[in-house]
Design a protein around this ligand. Structure first.
Ligand SMILES: Nc1ncnc2c1ncn2[C@@H]1O[C@H](COP(=O)(O)OP(=O)(O)OP(=O)(O)O)[C@@H](O)[C@H]1O
Length: 206
């Protein structure tokens, strides 16, 4: 599912990362500064590896030897960050629709109503982000990512800005997304509990 062999370089940080995993839902863990976010950014096309290859689900996104570097907007990445990064001046519905994309020649896999149902955010559609709890905002951010019709979902510590109660509330929604949308997922975290409950396999960046 995920076949990555890259040299990542960012300032003085230089690391060879090799991940070959068949699991659909992979957690990426490791100490702070190990390069977890850098790997997600390389998958998303936001950080260009010095060399190597990135292949997801058989799709070559980057291959320095073959001079392949698919632009970010063609990679079909749904990216969910620590903080929801919603637009404060748009309501939830506006935030969801902002992320909506069509995929040329294909019916949309994720429609607004289905995503709203999946994430239980029907009651929130008219609210502004300032009036959402942290967990609700993350559910909206996941919905926005799904409406962009991604081929893979990337999560960068989506629980880390939440208190324990909110984390507990969000985990079942993440499990639901995992089980129902059946997309490849890369889930970055450094807490064991959510990794155990969400991922099928774990790769440790040392
Ligand atoms: N823009 C940049 N310029 C130079 N170095 C950078 C830049 N961004 C990140 N780095 C360095 O790259 C290394 C990897 O950072 P990265 O954010 O990928 O690690 P991480 O494992 O996600 O860490 P954390 O768990 O703290 O988020 C770190 O040493 C960081 O200081």
């Amino acid at each position: 599912m995920l076949d990555i062999d890259v040299l990542l370089q960012r300032g003085s940080f230089r690391r060879h990362v090799r991940i070959a995993e068949d699991a659909r839902v992979l957690a990426l863990t490791g100490p702070s500064g190990a390069g977890k976010t850098s790997v997600l950014n390389a998958i998303a096309g936001l950080l260009r590896p010095a060399s190597g290859r990135i292949v997801i689900d058989g799709r070559v996104l980057f291959d320095s030897a073959a001079r392949v570097d698919v632009p970010t907007h063609r990679r079909r990445i749904g990216y969910v960050f620590q903080d929801a990064r919603l637009f404060p001046h748009r309501d939830v519905r506006g935030n969801l629709l902002y992320g909506r994309h069509a995929v040329r020649g294909q019916a949309a896999a994720f429609g607004l109503d289905a995503v709203v149902d999946l994430l239980g955010i029907g009651q929130l559609l008219r609210r502004r982000p300032a009036n959402l709890s942290g967990g609700e905002a993350q559910r909206v951010a996941i919905g926005r990512a799904l409406l962009s019709q991604p081929a893979i979902l990337l999560f960068d510590e989506p629980l880390s800005a939440l208190d324990k109660a909110r984390r507990e509330e969000l985990i079942p929604w993440l499990q639901r997304v995992r089980d129902e949308v059946r997309l490849p997922m890369v889930y970055v975290s450094h807490t064991e509990d959510d990794v155990r409950r969400i991922a099928e396999a774990v790769h440790v960046l040392a």
